[in-house]
Write a protein that binds this ligand. Sequence first.
Ligand SMILES: Cc1ncc(C[n+]2csc(CCOP(=O)(O)OP(=O)(O)O)c2C)c(N)n1
Length: 192
Amino acid sequence: MLRIDAMRAVYPQLERCVVVTIMGAVAAELQTIGHRPNFFYLQHAMGLASSLGLGIALSRPELMVVVFDGDASILMNLGGLTTLARYKPKNLVHVVFDNESLLSVGGFPSATSTGSDIAGIAAAAGVPRTTTVGTIDAFQVAFNEALHADELSTIVAKVKAQGPAKFVTDLSLLENRFQFKRWLCDATSAKV
Ligand SMILES: Cc1ncc(C[n+]2csc(CCOP(=O)(O)OP(=O)(O)O)c2C)c(N)n1
């Protein structure tokens, strides 16, 4: 499965969600599909997308929050999983695109390439719903179930280590930040 196809498959459902992504390939691919003002691409702070998503989910329980994470990113912040599990926000879907690689910086293998199991780690941390999927159909089903589960979910989507041809964006970090903040301030009950 390609990550861009997985994101395309659930793109319609993202319209009413708060979406936080890691930097690099994921952000570039989601922008290729189509940027929306409710999408925030967390730059530089590798590993912290799920923590940012947690803060938004706790402070805005009426909104559904989706985090698009990466294997190497979450491996840098495993404590983030224990904190997610401690607070168990029911309005957070945590997706980890696991390409077993640090693709955005050259494709070095991550620990999942030697067997570390992120869904297993999330479950052991106390995340109530965890699953690993390897096809678009399975991802779509898992994502839709998680959106409506009323329970914190971590979905690990095994994807090919293939990213966008270019990482260029005309959306500046500050513009994304102000636009996203305005969307959050204006959003009422956007829960799906
Ligand atoms: C603290 C920190 N260390 C390193 C980087 C450089 N960096 C940016 S993206 C990335 C790899 C992310 O890997 P992963 O989460 O697996 O996503 P992928 O690139 O494979 O989509 C790295 C090392 C950074 N931005 N911040």
